[in-house]
Design a protein around this ligand. Structure first.
Ligand code: G16
Length: 545
């Protein structure tokens, strides 16, 4: 049976604020930090039940609000293979978080145990970590109370990046098996990535220094340690590494800032030289944006779409050179945010699929390929090698030296890439490998295709749940009639494309627009935003102050 007494005693210390409704969204629970205490406690209990359900496999819990402002926080669960929580359990998470009293919470737990047929006699193990947010430590202790209340075994992975936590989950659960993912420690992570990187670039010239904008977040200390392992194989310069300065996190810096403003973070002015490569991480280091300044000091952004283009071309070439192209099919997954020019470039070379926003959707779609490459335009993505493909890479016997070299590169890429989730640092090393092999500068990479001018804007609305979409978020079904108005507008713009969707992480509706020139894409975005505002604008009732 559930240890009801201990759950009751500890749950009473973490009461749910009244009048608030929580939702497990695109990336778990996410809102202002000071209302999250009860959510964290309950997630601790839930993670333990998920572990019991999966026969004692270790479940991960990451406390972060990623690219959101510093006063926010959040929490997401990680399934045993290092992937996002199975979708059906998101509903359980939402239900548990909204039980008003301790009695109701226990009632919901009992319901979950029964309907999901959870064997309570199984062990439960949870590994957890947090980013650098000031609210993180208190929220972790609420989580620990939840883990303790149900008698689960907890392992604190400290302050680290989201991708490191995903790595740890997979490493713990595959330890000693044929699918072993690496040592289950931060050191194991650094060793795995840096060893593969050094092998991949061993015959190349040492690249010039890369500037990393760490968003003043947890990417800074982790990149700092990565430098020790990389030695002189890749010179890195860390900027925006002030993790203790109040208010600095994601403030006018980081991957989300770069993607949404399409500008260089002001703090990098004078730090990034024309022609030099720079990149930005986000607050938990799972997103990556590259950029450079040309000789006229003009800013050029190399986003997730450009990364997908660069990496796909390289992998397709290696598969072909190794002689494995009849056995290994490579494909790409994007979302509606992918620049139309990138979709055109990629579709001419390999299969491309469009799915709704959210890593979990992209990840699952990518699993259908032998090698599945997925990147959201915002820089969140990775490359997946299916298990049969990994087996083929192990057993294949090349017949020429060229085949043998290409095969070795593919094997090393399989080690270099964090396949559990998008990982800014692993992706950065991947980009650097391709640039080194191609001897590309930022400008040469950029010229693979020319982005269509585009604009992303947010509209604050009273209730984002009233906005509903279909066809991988490319068409609105609610509010009724709004899509027709958008279509009428889009038709008036040369090369126009626009879509509207509710954010899963903020109380806003996002509007994306593309057109053949910049002024037109901006105008289209603002006019569509106006339509959305007229229909659903207002102050969000659900967001606490
Ligand atoms: C999360 C998700 C991403 C998604 C992003 C924005 O990223 O993991 O897949 O693209 O939110 O989502 P939305 O437009 O629904 O707000 P992160 O980096 O914030 O965890």
């Amino acid at each position: 049976a559930l240890p009801v007494d201990s759950i009751r005693a500890l749950s009473d210390l973490h009461p749910k604020p009244s009048n608030l409704k929580f939702q497990y969204g695109t990336a778990g629970f996410r809102t202002v930090a000071h209302v999250l205490d009860s959510v964290l406690f309950r997630v601790g209990v839930l993670a333990a039940l998920r572990s019991k359900k999966l026969d004692g496999k270790t479940i991960g819990v990451m406390v972060t609000a990623s690219h959101n402002p510093e006063q926010d926080n959040g929490v997401k669960l990680v399934d045993p293979r290092g992937e996002m929580l199975e979708a059906s359990w998101e509903i359980h998470a939402t239900a548990l978080s909204n039980a008003q009293t301790t009695d109701e919470f226990i009632g919901e737990l009992e319901k979950l145990v029964q309907t999901s047929k959870i064997d309570l006699s199984k062990p439960a193990r949870v590994v957890y970590a947090r980013d650098t947010r000031p609210s993180g430590a208190a929220l972790v202790s609420s989580l620990e109370d939840g883990i303790k209340a149900i008698g689960a075994e907890g392992r604190n992975a400290g302050v680290t990046t989201t991708p490191v936590l995903h790595y740890l989950v997979r490493a713990i659960n595959t330890k000693g098996t044929k699918e072993s993912y690496g040592e289950d420690s931060e050191e194991g992570y650094f060793l795995k990535l840096s060893t593969a990187f050094k092998k991949l670039v061993s015959t190349r010239q040492t690249p010039s220094a890369l500037v990393i904008d760490c968003a003043n977040g947890v990417g800074a200390p982790i990149a700092e340690r990565l430098i020790e392992y990389l030695g002189n194989s890749l010179p890195l310069v860390l900027e925006n590494a002030s993790i203790t300065t109040p208010g600095a996190l994601n403030n006018s810096c980081g991957a989300d800032y770069v993607k949404t403003t399409q500008k260089l973070p002001p703090s990098l002015a004078g730090r990034l030289q024309p022609g030099q490569r720079g990149c930005s991480l986000d607050g938990d280091a799972d997103r990556l944006m590259y950029f450079y300044l040309d000789e006229r000091n003009q800013f050029h952004m190399l986003d997730g779409d450009k990364i997908a283009a660069l990496v796909s071309a390289f992998i397709v070439e290696l598969v072909k050179t190794s002689g494995l192209d009849s056995q290994i099919k490579v494909g790409v997954v994007q979302t509606a945010y992918a620049n139309g020019a990138s979709t055109k470039y990629l579709s001419e070379r390999l299969p491309v699929k469009c799915v709704p926003t959210g890593v979990k959707h992209l990840h699952h779609a990518a699993e259908h390929y032998n090698i599945g490459i997925y990147f959201e335009a915002n820089g969140h993505g990775t490359v997946l090698f299916s298990q049969p493909t990994q087996d083929v890479l192990q057993s294949y016997e090349p017949s020429t030296p060229a085949q043998s070299t290409a095969l070795e590169h593919l094997r090393n890429l399989n080690q270099l890439i964090n396949q559990t989730v998008g990982d800014a640092l692993s992706d950065m090393l991947l980009v650097e490998v391709v640039l080194a092999h191609k001897a590309y500068s930022g400008a040469e990479w950029d010229s693979l295709y020319v982005d269509l001018p585009n604009r992303l804007v947010k509209v604050v609305v009273a209730d984002r749940n009233q906005v509903k979409t279909e066809d991988a978020e490319r068409r609105l079904v609610s509010p009724v009639g709004l899509q027709e108005k958008i279509n009428d507008l889009v038709r008036r713009y040369d090369g126009g494309r626009s879509f509207v969707r509710p954010s899963g992480t903020e109380d806003v509706v996002r509007v994306y627009a593309e057109a053949s020139n910049k002024a037109q894409s901006d105008e289209l975005a603002f006019r569509v935003a106006g339509l959305v505002y007229d229909e659903c604008g207002g102050n969000p009732a659900s967001r606490p102050k």
